[in-house]
Design a protein around this ligand. Structure first.
Ligand code: PMP
Length: 373
């Protein structure tokens, strides 16, 4: 059967999400002993020991369906965040919450969502799949948010505005007062989704997060994930914090078992392993300063980051005028995977996730060899 005529015609304009290359693929391709991955903003320390023990304990229970609504996790999150349980919806990654929010809020064929450009690719993909138009507003030159232009773009048909803070791929985070003021200026029919996937790494966090102020904001949702600080990217677990009437709407349409049994127990345990989260934060925050200092010493232009990655341009370090893509490829051959940003329209930029102390040193040594070798 011809897929051209069988599936919705617009599907051929989609391409599969490309997460980049895996360690095994690079090891095999270049016959390398050691490959390090600093490309997907994952936890450099891996999985918490308490989570591993908890997973082993619950593996025998996976023949049962999970309990709908992840009640244990919801209760643990409510305590952890100091918000009522009714405000929390857990999902199969925060990707699922993004999808549900678009579906319950935006009318296909009528409404649109507003995104900054560049931004995380899933907002666009999920809106388009839902038949909702995507309108974009370019970030300012320094990658700050052009709030005035965004507010001027709002119409009766604006259903959702997405803001990522700290932003991906830039690492930039506006002060929370700025976000609060924007939320207050949006008309009440617009939902502001503040994606705080990387907020755990912001310092000091209370200068950037909107979460403690949510109860006074009827049209704002905050998204968080277990994929970064808590090291559970492969289990798929995220959540949204939102007014209870909106949480109720999401729960009406959410596939009942999208958060699996292991994800729920792992997430609950991850919140308890304070030693592991503290070690991760120490590693990321120290590593962030180290990498920024070293890249700048070489002459790269590094953008200030509140996240667990750094955006940089080769700048003065690039005496041999290599393209960012070439540097990325050369690093691959040397067993270091970072992220080129062509898919974000930032051809001359690179993004590196903060690794362990040893990984950070290897990356610096190898990029220096590629640039000046
Ligand atoms: N939002 C942003 C800004 C992200 O960068 C990511 C992960 N790359 C996500 C959401 C998705 O997180 P999850 O793994 O919870 O689906």
């Amino acid at each position: 059967m011809q897929s051209d005529t069988f599936v919705r015609p617009e599907i051929k304009d989609f391409s599969p999400y490309s997460p980049g290359l895996s360690i095994d693929e690079i090891r095999e391709k270049y016959a390398l002993q050691r490959v390090i991955k600093m490309a997907s903003n994952e936890n450099p320390l891996g999985v918490s020991p308490l989570v591993q023990k908890t997973l082993a304990k619950h593996i025998g229970g996976v023949f049962r369906y999970p309990r709908s609504g992840s009640p244990d996790l919801r209760a643990a999150l409510a305590r952890h965040l100091d918000v009522p349980e009714e405000w929390i919806v857990a999902g199969n990654g925060s990707d699922e919450i993004i999808d549900l929010l678009i579906r319950v809020k935006a009318r296909p064929g009528k409404d649109h969502v507003l995104l900054f450009e560049p931004s995380f690719s899933m907002y666009r993909l999920l809106a388009r799949l839902c038949g909702v138009e995507v309108r974009t507003i370019p970030l300012d030159e320094d990658f700050h948010f052009p709030w005035v232009r965004m507010l001027q773009s709002v119409t009766e048909e604006t259903a959702v505005v997405f803001v990522t803070t700290p932003d991906n791929p830039t690492g930039y985070a506006p002060e929370v007062q700025e976000l609060e003021s924007v939320a207050g200026q949006l008309p009440p029919h617009v939902l502001l989704v503040v994606d705080e996937a990387y907020m755990d790494f912001a310092r000091p966090m209370d200068e950037y997060t909107l979460l403690p102020r949510l109860k006074d904001m009827p049209n704002v949702v905050v998204l968080r994930t277990f994929s970064k600080l808590y090291g559970l990217a492969g289990l798929r677990l995220g959540y949204g914090v939102m007014p209870p009437w909106l949480a109720d709407a999401l729960i009406r349409v959410k596939p009942p078992f999208s958060v699996n049994i292991l994800a729920e127990v792992a997430g609950t345990a991850a919140l308890q392993d304070i030693d592991f989260t503290r070690a991760t934060l120490d590693c990321v925050i120290t590593g962030r300063t180290y990498l920024a200092t070293e890249l700048e010493r070489m002459g790269c232009r590094v953008f200030p980051s509140q996240a667990n990655f750094l955006l940089f341009k080769l700048g003065r370090a690039n005496r041999n005028e290599l393209s960012a893509q070439h540097v990325f490829q050369e690093l691959l051959r040397r067993g270091v995977i970072i992220r080129p940003l062509k898919s974000y329209g930032l051809d001359e930029y690179l993004r590196v996730s903060i690794g362990t102390e040893e990984e950070n040193q290897i990356f610096i040594r190898e990029i220096e060899a590629v640039l000046h070798g």
